[in-house]
Design a protein around this ligand. Sequence first.
Ligand code: FAD
Ligand code: SF4
Length: 458
Amino acid sequence: MKQSRIKMNVLDSVKRQSNFEEVACGFTLDESKLEASRCLDCKNPRCVDACPVHIDIPKFIKEILSNDIENAYFTLYNDNILPAICGRVCPQEKQCEGACILNVKGESVSIGALERYLGDYALSNDLVKEETISNNGIKIAVVGSGPSGISNAASMRRLGYDVTVYEALHEYGGVLKYGIPDFRLPKTIVEQEINKVKDLGVKFEKNVLIGKSITIDQLKEDYDYKAVFIGSGAGLPSALNIAGENFSGVYYANEFLTRVNLMKSRDFPHNPTPVKIGSNVAVVGGGNVAMDAARTAKRLGAKNVFILYRRDMESLPARLEEIHHAIEEDIDFRLLRNPVEFIGENYIVKRVKCEIMELGEKDSSGRRRPMPTGNYITFDIDSCIISIGQKPNPILKKSTLDLETDKWGRIVVNDFQTSIPGVFAGGDVVSGAATVILAMGAGKDASIYMDKYIKNLQ
Ligand code: FAD
Ligand code: SF4
């Protein structure tokens, strides 16, 4: 009989709404082996090409099947230094699993869950890949400790460079720490994965805002860094630009999630940093950030949390698993609704007025374009969390005038090289808000060009 896709256990959908515990429980070894047994070992495995860092997926699956878990982990770790993280947050259905041949007629192999199993196995068994790393004494600076910066730092260190990562915040990990909540990605996992990069010999400095504390020019001239990688992400929220957006009770998702995750406002009154959201919370947007904001609002005690999204259910850009978990947690989806005005009393938000949309022809994103109908609907709210996208923060550009950026503030690069010789960039600061694995891939690929650049200087 054909083995069907193994379903991962999850926490009870009601009980979990009152805590921040991780919802998806992961596979056991037996479940991993059963799931691995579903792989057809295709001659031309399309999953490998569909993974942005080209992990040898069939190889690690075969190693799981033959109970060689350590080597399966090493196969994975070769191409991905943060497997326990990617296994949890990659949009697998659009990448490796989307390309799996089993997906055509049924359900793909659960590649992400297998990756998570191996990543977690390595963390809980202190499994470390022995690596001989030389020291060439050449100094490299990395700006930002998100996935792109971490991946670039690890790759440059493995090439023998003396690497220091500068992080503006008081904790390392970028969005993995301040954005994605614990119920999806426990912070202990992020810390353990980053510790592996520290063990390679990468140095980390926190509370350093490059562009203010130290400029890019100073890094090169006064600190003697031979090359700099900018992986400063896209942390500046996009605004709706509608009336009432400055009322009390209207938040941007980045601010809201940072306060809950990093400033620990969820532990109020133990931590004196509350976020007041009330009972009726609207969340604007349909991506992972919106799902995280909505599910976090539920966990902070909101009774009615609803998503306002201007397209339909099929167009939601969030990971399928997040949408599914949000539905289980009673998040209401009010679709084809586009906020046009916040209505308040004494500068406190009370209602949100939305235009009812309909779908027109497909646009450049391949999704049907939302069209205004001229009809409106108003919802009572105590707060609203806006999650419609992020752009790069302009701080670096302001202090580095010769750094070329485009009209959205993204750094312009050619083979990861910016307009300043020796200064490279990758991740969200170049692509705009994207994904963890794309940022990691950029950090890794940039290291090849940085190494070439430095070798040409000698
Ligand atoms: P970031 O992760 O943003 O890291 C940039 C780092 O640079 C930050 O730590 C920042 O503090 C630091 N920094 C900025 N400026 C400076 C400076 N001047 N000096 C020093 N340090 C600086 N992707 C997925 O694949 N799956 C998901 O499920 C998913 N969920 C998400 C949920 C949320 C809430 C958000 C916000 C994003 C999510 N993403 C997800 C997107 C993904 O997290 C990002 O694409 C990825 O983190 C980008 O990595 P990065 O290294 O480019 O930037
Ligand atoms: Fe799939 Fe992401 Fe793993 Fe690549 S890193 S195989 S895309 S889960």
